[in-house]
Write a protein that binds this ligand. Structure first.
Ligand code: C2E
Ligand code: MG
Ligand code: MG
Ligand code: MG
Length: 280
């Protein structure tokens, strides 16, 4: 009857929970090992100046190259790294690797571009983030002005005063600061105007349904206008179609990234894109 069924459902649920917890633990220790054994790689997605059509920067995006499973997307392990605290050493590795690669491209005579690196909420909460950034810059020799840190709007709203202090310390190092996934967080305009930032990244959720969703078009246009009147550059994420790009161009958006131009690609492939464009 209903009672037996209820009990069965509970057992099934409990069993599932245990399995989920077990899988989480396994994944966590595998990730820890992957970090130690150098199984993480960065892919680079071009960011394009809309007016000139040229690559001006790239976002570094981490991938886990598992010997058995192949390439594992960050959605599967970044949230876990975040709750387990593994994001701190992982994030330090990402910073160091992006700076090392950026400096190697500079040394090879490639056009100077900015590299954007994602900083997670947990990393922002650590008060030694500025020290970690300074170390990555010093060890690589990469120019601070060519490093951009992407911080999500929700991470900033979490502990506003602390976040603001860290942002000012980062800015004092000479790096550029961007708000990632802008429009999806909860920072007020009062908070926004206090952030020492240079770039707003319009969340891809507002770009996806252009030109069909009039509300998304109005929001994107408003973010561009507001960003510009605050002296910020505005980049649109997730641009896939020519219609989206033309709408953004008409609104005066500065730059974009998205499958329209290129997916995130391995370093060697990104280097080839840069060389092809520069003719070197
Ligand atoms: P994000 O920082 O907002 O990165 C943009 C994501 O959008 C990337 O997914 C990128 O591949 C994807 N994307 C780019 N263009 C398009 C497009 O035209 N269409 C669609 N549908 N998607 C597009 P990815 O690489 O899977 O990364 C997902 C998220 O994982 C990132 O979102 C970021 O929050 C996090 N992440 C990635 N790498 C790192 C990292 O090194 N550190 C930290 N803390 N987080 C990272
Ligand atoms: Mg990002
Ligand atoms: Mg984003
Ligand atoms: Mg995102």
């Amino acid at each position: 009857g209903a009672k037996a069924q209820g009990r069965g459902a509970w057992c099934f649920y409990a069993e599932e929970m245990t399995q989920a917890a077990r899988e989480r633990l396994t994944l966590e220790s595998r990730l820890r090992q992957a970090l130690q054994q150098g199984q993480l790689v960065l892919h680079y997605q071009p960011q394009i100046d809309i007016a000139t059509g040229r690559i001006v920067s790239a976002e570094a995006l981490v991938r886990w190259l598992d010997p058995d499973e192949g390439l594992i997307a960050p959605a599967r392990f970044i949230p876990l790294a975040e709750v387990s605290g593994l994001i701190v050493p992982l994030g330090a590795w990402v910073l160091a690797e992006a700076c090392r690669q950026g400096q190697a491209w500079r040394a090879a005579g490639l056009p100077e571009i900015t590299l954007a690196v994602n900083v997670s909420p947990r990393q922002l909460r650590q008060s030694d983030l500025p020290a970690a950034v300074a170390q990555a810059l010093a060890q690589s020799g990469f120019a601070a002005a060519q490093l951009e840190l992407e911080i999500t709007e929700s991470a900033l709203a979490e502990n506003h005063e602390h976040a603001l202090r860290i942002l000012h310390q980062l800015r004092a190092l000479g790096v550029q600061l961007a708000i990632d996934d802008f429009g999806t967080g909860y920072s007020s305009l009062v908070q926004l105007k206090r952030y020492p930032i240079q770039v707003l990244k319009i969340d891809q959720g507002f770009v996806r349904d252009i030109p069909h969703n009039k509300d998304d078009m109005a929001i994107s246009a408003a973010i561009i206008a507001m960003g510009h009147s605050m002296g910020l550059r505005v980049l649109a994420e997730g641009v896939e179609t020519v219609e989206q790009l033309e709408f953004l161009r008409a609104q005066g958006c500065d730059s974009y990234q998205g499958y329209r131009r290129s997916r995130p690609v391995p370093a060697a492939e990104f280097e080839a894109l840069l060389r092809a464009e520069a003719g070197c």
